[in-house]
Design a protein around this ligand. Structure first.
Ligand code: NAI
Length: 331
């Protein structure tokens, strides 16, 4: 049995993570859940949406599945997700973007892996007012972080039988910062002669992705470009409701769907659990239970193709009905 920390989160989080528990149990996953609250509940009980003992629990088990957590607006709390990434040094954001049969989207057969550097760039949060009306926001790029994210991308490519890694950058304008990123990328690429390495300027990459996403395989980039392009890529295959994600460090991995807590539909049995289920499948592969993940993915595709889908995908099924159908398929 692999112990996994489960953080249901808030909003639709408890409903969709409950769906994960039911489907994984029915599929025979060898997992025990160590459930920890975080989010709105722990603001009330601990004065913090991410109490220290939750971070400790993840650090000890090394694997967590996390539901969405609302970021309270203007109450002095920073995003739980940003804190988790920083505190646990989850430096790589991994977003496999794959077309799912049975889901309406602009393209078919898209299969791209977006790798985003999670710890620095313009998201370092170092800003100050130089004089009134003039702000400086610093973009931090280090050789160490650029090298390890490039290596992560190539390792992922090799491990998953992929052929090409594309570095996305703006080194023509940010010659030093993105120039360093590009140098590190090509330096690492030399160690992976079995995988093709190329680069593309970020604006051109956006256009190419929209014109013909099939020309991309693994793409790697710094924080801000990664934030933007990963959502763009999600849009190519049907949106946030069907896109899984993970934040990965040297020894710890936190798996989470990319959508938020959807307060507008929380508590109404309307949420689509597909993204968190696909996320759970990523987690299963990470803990060497890929056979269970394959069964769950097959069940999701079968249900969607048969028209059993939630409202956001144009169907009529509730969260419970969709989950019941999946449980019946994987059992
Ligand atoms: P959101 O992703 O929660 O919702 C955007 C729209 O998509 C809403 O109409 C919602 O109903 C719909 N939606 C999202 N997930 C869905 C699902 N699984 N099934 C059906 N419909 C779904 O984004 P929003 O409204 O910007 O953020 C709400 C809260 O979530 C904010 O406090 C935000 O900070 C937080 N958030 C948390 C994240 C996390 O914990 N990883 C990620 C993104 C946002």
């Amino acid at each position: 049995m692999t112990k996994v920390v489960l953080i249901p989160g808030d909003g639709i989080g408890p409903a969709i993570t409950n769906s994960v528990k039911r489907v994984l149990e029915a599929a025979g996953a060898d997992v025990t859940w160590e459930v920890h609250e975080a989010g709105e509940q722990t603001i009330a009980t601990h004065g913090d949406p991410l109490p220290e003992h939750v971070v400790q629990a993840i650090a000890e088990t090394g694997v967590a599945l996390k539901g969405p957590i609302t970021t309270p607006v203007g109450k002095g709390f920073s995003s739980v997700n940003v804190r988790l990434r920083r505190q646990l040094d989850l430096y790589a954001n991994l977003r496999p973007v794959r077309s799912i049969p049975g889901t309406r989207s602009r393209y078919e057969n898209v299969d791209i892996v977006v790798v985003r550097e999670n710890t620095e760039g313009l998201y370092s949060g170092i800003e100050h007012e130089v004089v009134p009306g003039v702000i400086e926001s610093l973009k931090i790029m280090t050789r160490q972080a650029c090298t390890r994210i490039a290596r992560f991308a190539f390792e992922h490519a090799r491990e998953h039988g992929r052929e090409k890694v594309t570095a996305v950058h703006k080194a023509n304008i940010m010659k030093l910062a993105d120039g360093l990123f590009l140098d590190c990328f090509y330096e690492v690429a030399r160690e992976y002669s079995d995988i093709k390495a190329e680069d593309c300027i970020v604006d051109a990459a956006c256009m190419k992705l929209v014109l013909d996403p099939h020309q991309f395989d693994v793409v790697v980039m710094e924080n801000l470009y990664g934030d933007i392009l990963s959502d763009l890529c999600a849009g190519l295959v049907g949106g946030l409701g069907v896109t899984p994600g993970a934040n990965i460090g040297e020894k710890i991995a936190v798996f989470e769907a990319v959508h938020g807590s959807a307060p507008d539909i929380a508590g109404r049995d309307l949420a689509n659990p597909t993204a968190i289920l696909l996320t759970a499948c990523l987690m299963l592969r990470h803990i060497d239970q890929g056979d269970v993940a394959d069964r769950v993915v097959d069940a999701i595709v079968a249900c969607l193709e048969a028209g059993t889908k939630t409202g956001d995908l144009g169907g009529k099924a509730s969260t419970t009905q969709f989950t019941d159908a999946l449980v019946a398929k994987v059992s």
